[in-house]
Design a protein around this ligand. Sequence first.
Ligand code: FES
Length: 85
Amino acid sequence: MSEGVAGSLGRSYDVVLTCGPEAMMAEVAALCEAVGISCQVSLDTRMACGIGSCRGCVKKGARGSNLCVCTEGPVFDSFEVAWRA
Ligand code: FES
């Protein structure tokens, strides 16, 4: 999958949108970062309340913050996410 993305990145794109397995999105985000293309990711976490109360959907942010996927996402700029946390 990521080889296909890498091959396509020779073209001119303003942004890449990705969803799916987290490892794949991390790879797509890294490829986009390497060539300077903005990347947005759709995170798929388990959600219990969907209103920001249970904190069950929280994902680590790149700057040490917590990203509440149900209320702040589910789509984030790829640089906001701590992929290897
Ligand atoms: S699902 Fe409960 S805080 Fe997001």
